[in-house]
Design a protein. Structure first.
Length: 334
């Protein structure tokens, strides 16, 4: 599976010297599908590779640099729009990594701007962003009500001129989820940047990435998220950090998820450990790409899709939600 090859090359770029044309094609296809091709290009920069591959990767490095500039500008626009409110604005995910100058941001693809604000300020934040040119993406009344009542964020917004999306979070997991991280602690213990925006502290940054990967989704794009976790752990490794991470994981109810992330990180990007039966299932999902970058193991994909919803809401609510989405024409993967 090309997903496994991708993880091996990210871990040890020298492996790329042994690849033939077929494996290069599969590697790049998988990296594109996982939205980690910019990171791959960064890791392979300066190493010998076929000319055609070198050109492709150079394009992706340039694209990642352009995306980084766009992400900085979008964060600045949000900062200006929300400055009069006087509320803390915490950058999340890719924008946070590049804004903080972290290794996890090197070559990283950055899509939406994700921010975390106090729940008490969410209405004022919404009004300020709408006044600054953002508009709603979700016109469906059911989707809008679902986000507002049950989710951890506002319905997504897109700027009418820049065509860039922003996701405004008031916590990091849905309100209906079985795990309830301490959103107040996330914000209170965040770290200020020079421009007044903030990022999560190192342990919380890892906890958020772990929550996003293992407690809130179907593991689509999971290799990129696991690489983020690997880079963050490498960068923050210092005496006492392991205990600090364990402390914050307990605070946010993420002990089991963090433990799984540490095991899978070692299996994919470090020294192999003994996987549990469930770890093997997670690995099966994470590496499910063929030579064209397409998802394989459809039953596993469907199982993780159903799992993601099971984690998000109680059974009766889940049944009602899936039935409503089915009637509206949505179909699960598979």
């Amino acid at each position: 599976m090309t997903g496994l090859l991708l993880s091996k090359v990210l871990r040890d770029p020298s492996i790329a010297a042994t690849l033939d044309a077929e494996h290069w094609s599969g590697l790049i296809a998988a990296a594109r599908a996982e939205q980690i091709v910019g990171t791959l290009a960064h890791r392979l920069d300066g190493l010998s590779k076929p000319d055609s591959v070198a050109r492709i990767l150079a394009d992706h490095r340039a694209s990642a640099a352009q995306g980084r500039t766009a992400a900085f500008w979008e964060a600045e626009m949000a900062r200006r729009a929300l400055l009069p409110l006087g509320v803390p604005v915490v950058l999340l995910k890719g924008t946070a990594y590049v804004a903080a100058g972290l290794k996890a941001g090197q070559g990283r693809s950055i899509g939406d701007l994700d921010i975390l604000v106090p729940r008490a300020a969410i209405d004022a934040v919404e009004v300020a962003l709408l006044a600054a040119g953002w508009e709603w993406v979700k016109p469906d009344p059911y989707d809008d009500a679902y986000y507002r009542q049950w989710m951890h964020e506002l319905p997504p917004l897109i700027h009418r001129e820049r065509d860039r999306m922003i996701d405004v979070h008031h916590t990091i997991l849905p309100l209906t989820a079985r795990i309830t991280p301490d959103a107040n602690a996330l914000i209170a213990d965040s770290v200020a940047l020079e421009n007044g925006l903030r990022v999560l502290n190192p342990a919380d940054m890892i906890c958020h990435s772990v929550a996003h990967l293992f407690a809130d989704g179907d593991l689509a794009g999971g290799l990129r998220n696991l690489w983020d976790i690997h880079c963050l752990l490498d960068e923050f490794a210092a005496e006492g950090f392991e205990a600090r991470l364990a402390e914050r994981a307990r605070l946010h109810g993420l002990e089991r998820e963090v433990a799984r992330a540490l095991r899978l990180r070692e299996m994919m990007y470090g020294n192999a450990t003994s996987p549990t039966m469930f770890d093997r299932i997670f690995l099966r999902r994470l590496t499910a790409r063929d030579g064209w970058g397409r998802q394989t193991r459809k039953l596993t994909e469907l199982a993780f899709y159903l799992r993601s919803h099971w984690l998000r809401m109680p059974p009766a609510m889940l049944a009602r939600h899936l039935w409503t989405k089915w009637r509206k024409g949505y179909r699960p993967p598979g």
